[in-house]
Ligand binder design. Structure first.
Ligand code: HEM
Ligand SMILES: *[C@@H]1O[C@H](CO)[C@@H](O)[C@H](O)[C@H]1NC(C)=O
Length: 548
């Protein structure tokens, strides 16, 4: 769901951005009583307009016209970054809101990390965030006391030490993934998604997912995400332009009654899932998980019951597609560039791990080359192409002589940042070596895949090890190469890594593609089989049907 929010915003605001002032501020085609409700919100907008005029000459450079109907806005943002000024701060006016696009790691770091006090809020998501979610979804919440409580709960729940307690779950599910890849390699995408969903649901609610296509918790969450996606399209609803419509009573506004009905469904689902865990805690059969942690620390975090239930639901929206998509990008990289890096990685794995067991988390410190492949995969094709949900600034600011108006939307697209030739000279090639060399880059990781500052991904210590362990194990056990067609010819890869072979939306992951995944030797097959059987025994503790 990091995913679903902004795309609509980009599209929709660009649709009415060319409207003239009189249209924008003109009388809406609604009842006069509604009209008078709107008056208060004009005032700050007009004031903003005035301050904007006063600083016009200091604004960052940008295009005069706005492109509409862009399906992959990050490609357009990247063009803007290359075209304007020094390139890494671009100004666009989308609808009434000034928007700043940050196109380099340094600019994103300087503003989102170092000046986090100004740049960590969110724009309003009136339909999705306020009406549908009642302000309970922290990812869309502006900086506020609520957001700080929510953020603290997520941060504490997934900080390094706490996340390490979930490693056994990742280890066991990863053995299932290796077995799935061995026995049914063609369906690799389904296996990656099951792995990611099962880790998240087990970590969150203490019960695993055996089939993501039929699992009740996965389906309920997916429905909730699609309710959010369908309303998070501001162009669809006048309310995003006229926020006071929010206060029209439901009996005069069937659309509002409908959104509130949808909200009730989410509430029932999130509370229901937490209540199941509470019930197991009473019967002393609950396994430790994020929800038991939230319940134990409820007073400490100051969350009420509903806030707690929504907080528990956060990892699903933010953690499944990002983890599964990163692993899909890795397989795509193998198909295109594997000949360059797979043999080196396998030599390292054979030396450090041998062929009698799967690699473990403890091995990672001794696997610098494999670790570099992981970093480079996250750099090469970041799933969160737009750098997460857009920020909003809460104060006027000046950066390198450029004026950034309070209330600006600020987007730091990872697509621009990770493919910026100043930092990565050959950006579309996967070159793990660049993570083994000394190189100037702000921050600790040498990439920005998990974001910045106060909004940095709180699931980093869960998501990163998931991606790392599975990349290491796939390289240990399998050769991954081009699939062949029925005539035995290689299926062309340039099509596969083509920029348009990635999905539209807020996040972007590879569209379905084919590849050949084959075990390296019968010895490797045997180890995968054994460790899988062993995992099944342990995973019984987390079975979904042991619930009653
Ligand atoms: C490889 C996996 C992952 C990647 C690449 C990733 C990436 C990101 C990025 C780029 C952001 C935006 C950060 C910013 O605005 O500066 C983000 C936010 C977030 N991520 Fe992740 N993430 C991953 C896995 C996870 C997991 C497993 C969880 C579950 C605990 C999670 C939970 C969140 C949440 C809740 C936010 C919103 C934070 C806020 O608004 O304060 N992510 N993630
Ligand atoms: C795996 O690929 C390497 C070359 O990268 C090759 O030497 C080896 O024979 C392959 N193994 C199998 C089992 O296909």
């Amino acid at each position: 769901m990091v995913g679903t929010v902004i795309f609509g915003l980009v599209l929709a605001s660009s649709c009415h951005s060319l409207a003239s002032l009189s249209q924008r501020y003109g009388r809406p085609p609604t009842l006069d009583v509604v009209h008078s409700l709107l008056t208060p919100i004009w005032v700050p907008q007009l004031r903003q307009r005035w301050r904007f005029r006063a600083h016009r000459s200091q604004l960052p450079p940008g295009p005069k016209t706005i492109r509409t109907g862009v399906r992959k806005p990050w490609l357009w943002f990247q063009e803007l970054t290359k075209e304007y000024g020094d390139g890494d701060v671009v100004y666009i006016q989308m609808g009434p809101t000034p928007t700043i696009i940050l196109g380099s790691a340094q600019a994103a770091w300087d503003l989102l990390e170092k000046r986090g006090a100004i740049y960590s809020s969110r724009p309003r998501f009136i339909m999705g965030g306020e009406l549908l979610s009642g302000g309970m979804r922290g990812l869309m919440a502006p900086s506020s006391a609520f957001w700080r409580r929510w953020r603290k709960a997520l941060h504490n729940g997934f900080m390094q030490r706490q996340s390490e307690s979930y490693r056994p779950i990742q280890n066991l599910e990863s053995r299932v993934l290796m077995h799935d890849l061995l026995t049914n390699p063609k369906e690799f995408r389904t296996h990656l998604e099951r792995y990611a969903a099962s880790v998240i649901v087990t970590v969150t609610y203490g019960r695993r997912v055996e089939d993501a296509r039929t699992d009740a918790v996965v389906r309920a969450n997916a429905e909730s995400m699609s309710r959010l996606t369908s309303v998070n399209n501001p162009g669809k609803f006048a309310i995003e332009r006229y926020p006071a419509l929010k206060y029209v009573p439901s009996i005069f506004a069937p659309w509002k009654a409908e959104v509130l009905r949808q909200r009730q469904k989410d509430i029932n689902m999130y509370l229901g899932l937490v209540n199941e865990v509470k019930d197991k805690m009473k019967r002393e059969v609950a396994v430790d998980c994020f929800t038991t942690y939230l319940i134990d620390k409820q007073e400490n975090h100051g969350l009420d019951d509903l806030e707690l239930a929504y907080a528990a639901g956060s990892p699903f929206g933010a953690g499944v597609e990002t983890s599964a998509g990163s692993l899909a990008s890795f397989l795509l990289a193998c198909v295109k560039f594997g000949q360059g890096f797979i043999p080196k990685a396998q030599a390292e794995l054979d030396k450090v791990v041998g062929s009698d067991r799967l690699p473990t988390f403890e091995d990672m410190v001794s696997l610098p080359y494999v670790t570099a492949i992981v970093s480079e995969t996250l750099r090469w094709r970041p799933i969160t192409v737009l750098g997460g949900t857009p920020r909003a600034s809460i104060a006027d600011d000046t950066y390198r002589g450029m004026f950034i108006l309070k209330g600006s939307i600020v987007i730091a697209p990872l697509w621009s940042i990770h493919l910026n030739e100043n930092d990565f000279p050959d950006p579309h090639r996967l070159l793990p070596e660049c993570f083994l060399e000394e190189r100037q880059y702000p921050g600790l990781f040498g990439h920005s895949a998990f974001g910045w500052g106060r909004r940095v991904c709180p699931g980093l210590h869960l998501g990163h090890p998931s991606v790392t362990l599975n990349i290491a194990r796939i390289l240990w056990g399998f050769n991954v190469s081009l699939a062949k067609n029925e005539r035995g010819e290689n299926i062309e890869v340039d099509m596969l890594v083509n920029l348009f072979a990635f999905s539209d939306g807020f996040n972007s992951s590879p569209l379905p593609f084919e590849c050949l995944i084959t075990a390296r030797s019968s010895k490797h097959v045997q180890v995968i089989e054994q460790e899988f059987q062993d995992a099944l025994r342990h995973l019984k503790n987390y079975a979904a049907d042991s619930e009653d």
